[in-house]
Design a protein around this ligand. Structure first.
Ligand code: SF4
Ligand code: SF4
Length: 316
């Protein structure tokens, strides 16, 4: 089973080069390093290989052996002036390493099957998200785009949680959290406050054989409040508000509440919201562009900079 947000099948890379100019460290594992050494040696360009890669010293994360160097302007060493990747062009997609093969796709292996979404730090993904209709979750037997074989960015198996724990019911909670974020009878700020309250209540529940029953009651109470808010009519939402809705729905679908825990994810979302709300404050003129820039920066900083993410989730 493939489960994905409905923007996924429409993604086409526009070769804008933004991701290859990001301020992130592109790393390769030892096999990738040797593969590149052999590739450049075979084409008589050992010097180019030495200029492009730097083996990492000291403590390294698993799978990180060497870094791809940057050009003086900050772009990846392999990014050409026409925004195409020299490695991709000469050696093909399969030759690239993890993040370069995957980005902006975000495939996850879960108890439900293979799930997928996209990163909101890619301008082409934001273009797909420029729409009023809520993001939808699609289920099919066929992969929406090429997903297998490049590894997974997350593994989610709620049954591996300790018996009676709230996260054992993760998928039900995910749908509930998405429904909160898509309640258009509330402002985005009110939805986040609602979500924060709901997650805090759930995080405070002790492990218990009654967890399922308690959750069922709490979630039903929440839906009664959401229904009442929607019955009052839609609040006025501009394009920036809709983008914020889509961004947070995407973040929830990326399983942030499972991966960081209910309390950690709540802190993370609150920190992200403070920055996005600040970007959206003030004049209506240019608000969408300000929020869009802040969404891209937030996705990049919090979702690709794991150290920053873990620091916030740990409350430091
Ligand atoms: S930022 Fe997105 S559209 Fe631009 S090159 Fe990267 S993947 Fe392609
Ligand atoms: S190796 Fe290629 S795809 Fe990866 S960051 Fe560099 S230019 Fe982009």
């Amino acid at each position: 089973m493939y489960i994905f947000l409905d923007i996924v099948p429409d993604f086409r890379c526009a070769c804008c080069g933004t991701c290859c100019r990001n301020d992130w460290l592109v790393t390769v594992d030892e096999a990738g390093y040797e593969r590149n050494r052999a590739f450049f040696a075979a084409t008589g360009r050992a010097g180019e290989f030495a200029a492009a890669f730097t083996p990492l010293a000291g403590r390294r994360a698993a799978g990180e052996y060497a870094a791809v160097n940057k050009r003086p302007g900050g772009g990846c060493w392999f990014l050409r002036e026409d925004n195409l990747c020299l490695l991709h062009r000469e050696a093909g997609h399969e030759h690239l390493d993890g993040v370069c093969r995957l980005f902006p796709r975000y495939p996850m292996r879960t108890a439900r099957g293979t799930e997928a979404t996209l990163s909101f730090s890619c301008p082409e993904v934001l273009r797909l998200a420029e729409r009023t209709a809520p993001l939808d979750i699609i289920r099919t037997e066929e992969p929406p785009i090429s997903l297998d074989g490049d590894g997974f960015t997350a593994e989610v198996f709620p049954r591996q949680q300790r018996p009676g724990s709230v996260l054992g019911y993760y998928f039900e909670l995910e749908q509930h959290f998405i429904d909160i974020m898509q309640c258009r009878g509330l402002t985005v700020a009110d939805r986040l406050e609602f979500l924060e309250r709901a997650a805090a209540t759930l995080a405070a529940l002790p492990r218990s054989p009654d967890t399922g029953r308690i959750l069922d009651r709490l979630v039903r109470e929440d839906y009664a409040c959401l229904d009442a808010a929607e019955a009052g009519g839609q609040v006025r939402l501009g394009p920036a508000d809709i983008l914020l809705e889509h961004f947070f729905v995407n973040l929830i679908f990326k399983k942030v509440f499972y991966l960081q825990g209910l309390a950690g994810a709540t802190r993370l979302l609150a920190a992200i919201w403070r920055r996005l709300a600040a970007a959206g404050a003030g004049s209506e003129a240019g608000r969408y562009e300000r929020v869009k820039g802040a969404v891209m920066a937030a996705e990049f900083e919090y979702c690709h900079n794991r150290a920053a993410l873990l620091k916030i989730a740990a409350g430091k």
